[in-house]
Design a protein around this ligand. Sequence first.
Ligand code: HEM
Length: 401
Amino acid sequence: GFVRPALRTREQRLNPFPWYRACLSQGTVLRDETSQSWDVFGYEEAQFVLKNHAHFSSQRTVDGQNVLGNYAPSILNLDPPRHTQLRRLINLAFTPKAIASFQPRIETITHNLLDAMKQETQGKSTEVDLVAALAYPLPVIVIAEMLGVPPEDRDKFKRWSDLLVEGPSDLRPETIMDLMTRRAAGRKELDEYFRNIVQLHRGKDDGTLISALISAQIENESLSLEELLSFCVLLLAAGNETTTNLIVNAWRCLLEHPEAFAMLRENPGLIDGVIEETLRYYSPVQATSRIVTEDIEVGGQKFSKGDRAVVWLGAANRDSRIFENPDTFIPTRSPNHHMAFGHGIHFCLGAPLAKLEAKIAILAMLSQIDEVSAVPTDLTPIISGFVYGVKSFPIQVTWAL
Ligand code: HEM
């Protein structure tokens, strides 16, 4: 049977991989009649869809966007030519150099968070929630500082970004309406919040991402205020929860695979491989979608204009045609061309930043921990149609003296 994500049980959310395997054995592309859409599971097929942006539009109606009001679409939901223009403008501010220059700050923030964890535990072995203590605050503080918003506001950010990725817990109309209403209210608050922040930075060349975005110009084109606000909201939604989940998912992988963990302890140079393999094995973003603009065949199936195609990155990343032993966690896997950050023109803008944060967070923990284990407990999955992670991850740590 074919079960759509919104209907999945807790176990299926924590472990959707047997479901992908079962689907992939039926076909790389399957029709889901309940949601009237196509599910793309195969790696080649997923790449074909994401590469072919003329036939597969990103101007999709995101769940409930109709009740969110008239906001400018962000780059994530735009097609060329506007996507190309905006992405070029944003690239002016979001350069690899700008990200690399943030490395010392990321290290300091990480060490401050670890110190706070240790202080609470007074150096003894104790239980901490990795999400609350490190994996959540780190990316929020980083993006807040990059943008130029006060880090004190991060609890509000948490509430807003949670809302932006939250999916309905069941499909009753009142549950969906309730979520839509809360989301619309959250989006409105966020919009007002960023309007104020933009006012504070306008006309100042103060080194923040916001001031760089305000002044970014190519051929007399710049971002409109509405586009800038939508981009800020996207950074918050796309950048926080995903990076939190990368850090936590990496620790889940390491603690579930003691031999991999031992290898990393022996040789911290393996960290990049651990992160790439986590991205493939426990992809923080499991799916994205497109709208078919013209009839086209994919994986032997005929897609019609107007159809929705859900691209299962998490399934493509376990396609045995591409990855040998796809259900095994192998940090030394090479090549490892996973699609965790998407593919083509919408390839994740924040990939280098997310990887840098995860690398710093994991290495800093490794250097300060004597022993670490997962606390045996029932993990609670995040309820979302596309994000993969857990709400909290309790670990038992003994700090190195
Ligand atoms: C796009 C994943 C972190 C900003 C994407 C896409 C994926 C993705 C799959 C493409 C979606 C599509 O084609 O429909 C991830 C993962 C992350 C992560 C797995 C962490 C592990 C970040 C961070 C930022 C960010 C830290 C920014 C600070 C963006 C933006 C786009 C994007 C702006 C849209 C790019 C475009 O449309 O041209 N991300 N992301 N992401 N991501 Fe990320």
